[in-house]
Design a protein. Structure first.
Length: 127
């Protein structure tokens, strides 16, 4: 288990008070129902290379603020963010809300929670 710095954990704790989080079961249901949403993997490129939750698009935390409006100019686009453990994606969800996105959720336990719930990651194709 990773040990995060107190300052980082404080930022995440504050962000989680301002955002909506969903569980892996809720995300699975949304995906199974083909609910209209954009699933965004905010992990680093090296993490993305290990596989991703099905239907996800990769926009790492380092570039999402710069590129999100190009990909999704409609601020009402339903978005679910995820990272590895549910921390970075909470920060991203808060930032997207500050940018004006109205329907943003964060996967509370990230891809690890998804995997722990018995769901698989989709391997990335070699380029």
């Amino acid at each position: 288990m990773k040990h995060h710095s107190p300052g980082f954990l404080k930022l995440v704790s504050e962000a989680k008070k301002k955002i909506h989080e969903i569980t892996p079961a809720q995300l699975k249901e949304k995906l199974d129902q083909h609910e209209l949403l954009q699933l965004i993997d905010v992990r680093e490129e090296s993490e993305w290379a290990s596989g991703h939750i099905p239907t996800a698009l990769h926009l790492s935390k380092g570039i999402i603020e710069r590129d999100i409006e190009k990909k999704f100019p409609d601020l009402n686009t339903p978005i679910v963010t995820y990272c590895s453990g549910g921390f970075r994606c909470a920060l991203v969800a808060e930032t997207l809300q500050k940018m004006g996105y109205t329907t943003v959720s964060s996967l509370e336990s990230g891809s690890q929670g998804w995997f722990d719930a018995g769901h698989r990651l989709t391997p990335n194709e070699s380029t």
